[in-house]
Design a protein around this ligand. Structure first.
Ligand code: AMP
Ligand code: MG
Length: 388
């Protein structure tokens, strides 16, 4: 049995970056920027007015200036402004040559083609210099998960096609004679395949492209038939059939098909029977079947692997710290991921931690991480957790 940290290292060694593709800007939200991109233009491309008012060469309280024209957004004034003159100007319009400031319209009185500067002139020049926001050559650095704000900046830089990491294609395979798909009518001995659905959602959230394969039954022929459908997947995830029971076929069948196994068991709870290796060009991860084990392994192993494939670096799931709201018993020889609720009082682990209890996982918003042989902890002690 290896530790969680050792298992992660081995997984990162197997995870291959998916490479780069270009997508239209409108499809870039949520994707991982794969290469630095640079603006080819200044923004604003000209000195622009920050206010509605009058562009002037000079102004002092009481001055009377002659309005010689207008500069609006998208329509510059063709000419310069000199002493004794003013150009009517609007927000975003080019400031004409000769102007040193924009006097806001609230600070002048207008009569026909003249303005009189008021007594309380504001201090600012109300001009945004060319390149004030960013200049040609300004970069957005990769890698980063593109947010709505990034999309606005990319658009402003006129970057219409964005180099992003290709989404890893992930084939998801449930195994078990007892499983039916949600919405089907289960027989008396059957249950609903739940992990595949949860992992599908997790993979989508991570920016992968999950593909749900048919459920493999508990015989070698069925499992081989389904494994033959993995096609161009970058990652194959099997669920269940990974222990050492008579019906646990994943490891022997995958090995028969040529899988090179990297490891088999990990010292963690929930989730001990975890397996990984390489099957042809795809990486393979065999998750335990117990629903909570599968989802916890999804957060602890699959998520970091997908992020590594997307070029976001080889890092474990992000952890935070918080005080305990209630004591915890000592931990045993396996790293324990305890379902818990974090409130303003601190972290409170659920009493029931059995790995079959999805209802407890659904009620949790944190996984408290208990190191191997962690002693008993008191209320108020600070512990690490993974936010859910
Ligand atoms: P196994 O690892 O195949 O022995 O499965 C362990 C437990 O998880 C059994 O109770 C299975 O019925 C259950 N299980 C396996 N796969 C799934 C799945 N995809 N969804 C829900 N439960 C599952
Ligand atoms: Mg099974």
């Amino acid at each position: 049995m290896i530790t969680v940290a050792e298992a992660l290292d081995q997984l990162f060694a197997l995870a291959q970056p998916t490479g780069v593709e270009e997508v239209p800007l409108l499809q870039a939200y949520g994707r991982v920027l794969a290469r630095d991109v640079a603006s080819t233009r200044d923004q604003p491309p000209f000195a622009a007015s920050a206010m509605d008012g009058y562009a002037v060469a000079q102004a002092a309280p009481g001055d009377v200036l002659c309005v010689i024209g207008e500069s609006a957004a998208g329509h510059r004034f063709d000419g310069a402004v000199g002493p004794g003159e003013a150009v009517r100007i609007f927000t975003g319009a080019p400031v004409p040559p000769g102007a040193t400031r924009v006097v806001i319209q609230e600070d002048v009185t207008r009569t026909a083609d003249q303005i009189t500067i008021g007594e309380r002139l504001d201090e600012s020049d109300n001009i945004r210099p060319a390149g004030n926001d960013f200049q040609a050559g300004s970069q957005i650095s990769a890698p980063r998960v593109l947010t709505p704000n990034d999309i606005a900046l990319l658009a402003s830089m006129n970057i219409a096609k964005v180099p992003v990491a290709r989404r890893p294609v992930v084939a998801l395979i449930s195994t078990g004679d007892e499983l039916v798909m949600p919405g089907e009518a289960p027989g008396p001995d059957q249950i609903i395949a739940s992990n595949t659905m949860g992992l599908h959602a997790l993979l989508r959230e991570l920016g992968a492209e999950p593909r749900l394969l048919p459920i493999a039954r508990d015989n070698a022929a069925s499992l081989k038939t389904v494994l033959a459908l993995i096609d161009d997947a970058d990652l194959v995830i099997t669920i269940g059939g990974a222990s050492v029971g008579d019906h646990d076929l994943v490891a022997p069948v995958a090995e028969e098909l040529g899988m090179q196994r990297a490891f088999y068991k990990v010292a963690m709870r929930p989730g001990k029977p975890l397996m990984s290796g390489r099957l042809d060009r795809a990486m393979m991860i065999g998750l335990p079947g117990n629903p909570v084990s599968a989802m916890v392994c999804g957060h602890v192993f699959v998520a970091p692997v997908v992020r590594a494939m997307l070029g976001l670096g080889a890092a474990p799931a992000g952890r935070k710290t918080a005080p305990l709201a209630a004591p915890l018993p000592p931990n045993g020889p396996r790293e324990h991921y305890m379902r818990a609720v974090l409130t303003s009082d601190g972290l409170r682990a659920f009493d029931r931690q059995d790995s079959s209890l999805l209802s407890v996982l659904g009620a949790a918003n944190a996984l408290v991480v208990r190191p191997v042989r962690d002693p008993a902890r008191n209320a108020g002690d600070t512990v690490q957790f993974i936010p859910l």
